[in-house]
Design a binder for this molecule. Structure first.
Ligand code: C2E
Ligand code: CA
Ligand code: CA
Length: 278
């Protein structure tokens, strides 16, 4: 998975893991990380409900490198906290810029679930929100699960702390990796994003269609938003709506884009011709 021409895919080879992490430590300091933004919309009204911030590495020699090439290594390293702080800083800085131009756009930031084991994470996040004057309610944190949370009780306490401060949470890539119904029950998040692997061939794949339909009902009963990710075809929009899924993200809406392209994209999106169903 990953976007072409936007750093989602990159053929350039990176050095071995240790060398790459040393380069990444420098990249964080030298501001080589940048964020792309992808909209999430309501399929029935075409309303833009927010943007997901997706990191890329603007490498001096190798060009734009997508997160699959470095996030897994960073997540298992001591760099994770500095990397996470940097991504939050970039996303909040962009959000503050949009705010200053009168656009109060919601922003979703990807956070490795491992950050929930760091006692300093919430205070640091709150300081960054205060610095950029972004209200907590304007952001949500998408928890990506690449490793089993060692301490579920601690994770739960952190989730409550975030919620008490008005920060929304979302379970990302639901159905893939380690995410489970235990997570949903213990964390009671207001949004669940179904992994894109289950959002394909909905007309012919009975398993995927049944899963989307039942998760849509499940989320509705819970009062949580249900988001289909990786929606690549416009033809899937009515299919998803028919299955009860009203919120989607994917190339059929827009590819991830640079921060400066977001407001022009919003202006185009608001034009009636584009807002009509395919
Ligand atoms: P994700 O959170 O599931 O993000 C969605 C990924 O799907 C993005 O890949 C996006 O470009 C891609 N995508 C969007 N629409 C479509 C589509 O219609 N079809 C297909 N095939 N793909 C689509 P990207 O940007 O390469 O990010 C990959 C993963 O890297 C993310 O998956 C997330 O787990 C991680 N990641 C990205 N940014 C960050 C970050 O700032 N922090 C952390 N911890 N992880 C990040
Ligand atoms: Ca995500
Ligand atoms: Ca995802």
């Amino acid at each position: 998975m990953g976007g072409r021409g936007e750093g989602g895919e990159c053929a350039a080879a990176l050095p071995g893991q240790d060398g790459m992490l040393a380069e990444m430590a420098q990249a964080i300091r030298r501001n080589e990380l940048i964020m792309y933004y992808q909209p999430k919309i309501r399929l029935d009204t075409r309303e833009v409900v927010g943007f997901e911030a997706l990191v890329r590495w603007q490498h001096g020699r190798k060009g734009l490198i997508g997160p699959y090439h470095f996030v897994p290594a960073v997540e298992g390293s001591p760099l994770l906290a500095a990397f996470t702080d940097k991504t939050i800083e970039l996303a909040l800085g962009q959000c503050a810029l949009w705010q200053a131009r009168g656009h109060f756009l919601k922003i979703a930031i990807n956070i490795s679930a491992r950050m929930l084991e760091d006692d300093e994470f919430v205070p640091r996040l709150l300081r960054q929100l205060a610095f950029y004057e972004v209200p907590a309610a304007r952001i949500s944190l998408e928890l990506t699960e690449t490793a089993l949370l060692v301490n579920l009780a601690k994770g739960q306490a952190m989730v409550h702390q975030l919620r008490d401060h008005g920060v929304s949470l979302s379970i990302d890539d639901f159905g893939a990796g380690y995410t489970s119904f235990t997570y949903l029950r213990e964390f009671m998040v207001p949004e669940i994003k179904l992994d894109c692997a289950f959002v394909t061939d909905l007309e012919v794949n009975r398993f995927n269609a049944s899963l989307v339909r039942s998760l849509a009902m499940f989320c509705e009963a819970l009062g949580a938003d249900f988001v289909a990710e990786g929606v690549e075809r416009r033809d899937d929009w009515p299919t998803l709506l028919g299955l009860g899924c009203r919120i989607a993200q994917g190339y059929s809406i827009a590819r991830p884009m640079a921060g400066e392209d977001v407001l022009p994209w919003l202006r185009e999106w608001a034009k009636p011709a584009l807002a009509l169903p395919a």
